[in-house]
Design a binder for this molecule. Sequence first.
Ligand code: FES
Length: 110
Amino acid sequence: MEFTKVAEKNELLPNTMKMVVVGGKEVLISNVGGEFFAIANKCTHLGGSLAKGSLEGGIVTCPRHHAQFDAKTGQAVAEAKLGFIKMKVKDEPSYEVKVEGDSILVGMNE
Ligand code: FES
C-alpha cells in the first residue's frame, strides 16, 4: 500500500473535514475527536461532494439529499431523502490514515 501526504495536522481542526485528491480519487479526510480518518468524498447516492456537507459527532451529512455516513468507517447510517421518498445508500469506501510527525498520510492500494 502506498501512503501519500495529504495535509498537515494543523489544517484540520477537530470536527472539520477537507477534500483531497489521492491517486486521482477524491478523498474526504476528517478530524473526529483528534483522530484522523479518510473515506471517499463522492456520495454513493448521486455523487454529492461530502466535503460540502457537515460533520457532527463523527457523522458526515451529504449536502444534496442528506444521506449520512460514519466519518470513521464510511458506513451509511441514514438514507437519502428526496421529498418524502427515502432511498438506501451504499457505504462509502474507507482508506487507511497514518500520522507521521505533523503530516497526515492516506494509504491506497495501487
Ligand atoms: S447525492 Fe448524497 S444524498 Fe443524494
